[in-house]
Design a protein around this ligand. Structure first.
Ligand code: ZN
Length: 294
């Protein structure tokens, strides 16, 4: 049996939903022991992919700094998801990447400062290996799909997750380059780490909307523009092409995963805690309060 797939997408993915390109039924926000999740959607069609627009349903309503990551990940697990794909916009630190290019990221540096990074507060549980950081089964499958669709992509990239909503200073970007970061965004941490705590497969596919502003003269600040100031029409087109590929990538992924055995270790990431009797085999017993539906 394949894996039930979920997607957590940013503003671009939400716009597809709003425009009806991405057809789905609204299940709404879910109550969890960790608060209320973002609105959950279930895609129409036999694959039934679950979807949460991370930053709101109409535009950028909620900055990534204030997203309830724990509630979102819990809600998806509660609804039966076994694999989660994050679909996110990023800025490239390196100019070796081009606008609209995809990256299936393979490592992350977490520079966020005020997010709840674990489900296991005040307990001795949650010591989890972080290599591989992202699910190898999902990453390999995404690579196959992007290759088949002849999309431009990198199959490895190091993602720097910053708190936001403000942009990085030039000095901060110089520091990030020194530690090996190539892309910068605000949303993959702690999502990936929380998914691991609930033994979910998780991968993140990013597309580049812009370059990080490192203080050089490659592209100066343009008043009144932020995402709009992409410089060239061809860049804008590349970004919208990347966004519009989401429904096809997700359905392709669901199709391939349906016949794929789960040959990764994601589903056993808490096994050592279970073996030591620190938590039970049923994940729902790991948390004191049972979820109540609104
Ligand atoms: Zn996996």
């Amino acid at each position: 049996m394949g894996l039930r797939l979920a997607c957590i997408g940013g503003e671009g993915a939400a716009a597809l939903l709003e425009e009806g390109v991405f057809s789905a039924r609204r299940l709404g926000p879910r109550n969890t022991p960790f608060g209320v999740s973002g609105p959950v959607y279930e895609c129409n069609g036999s694959d039934g992919i679950l979807f949460i627009p991370r930053n709101g349903e109409t535009g950028y309503e909620l900055c990534s700094a204030f997203v309830n990551y724990r509630a979102n990940v819990y809600a998806l697990k509660d609804l039966g998801a076994e694999a989660v794909v994050a679909w996110s916009a990023v800025r490239a630190i390196s100019h070796n990447f081009r606008i609209g290019q995809f990256s299936i990221i393979n490592d992350i540096i977490d520079e966020t400062r005020q997010r709840q990074g674990t489900f296991f507060e005040n307990r001795g549980v949650g010591t989890i290996r972080q290599w591989p950081v992202f699910c190898p089964t999902l990453r390999r499958t995404l690579e196959q799909i992007l290759t088949e669709r002849q999309a431009g992509f990198r199959n490895e990239a190091v993602y720097m997750c910053t708190e936001g909503p403000r942009r990085e200073t030039p000095a901060e970007l110089r520091k990030y380059v020194m530690v090996g970061a190539e892309l910068v965004g605000n949303s993959v941490a702690p999502e990936v780490f929380l998914a691991k705590e609930l033994q979910l497969c998780y991968a993140a596919i990013t597309y580049i909307t812009d370059y990080a502003e490192a203080g050089g003269d490659v592209r100066g600040y343009e008043p009144g523009g932020l995402f709009e100031a992409l410089g060239m029409v061809t860049d804008e087109q590349r970004v919208s092409d990347a966004i519009e590929m989401l429904p096809a990538v997700l359905s392709g992924l669901a199709e391939k995963l349906a016949d794929m055995p789960r040959d990764c270790a994601c589903g056993a990431s808490m096994e050592h805690h279970i073996a030591r009797g620190e938590i039970g085999p049923d994940w729902r017993t790991w948390f004191q309060a049972e979820p109540k539906q609104p």
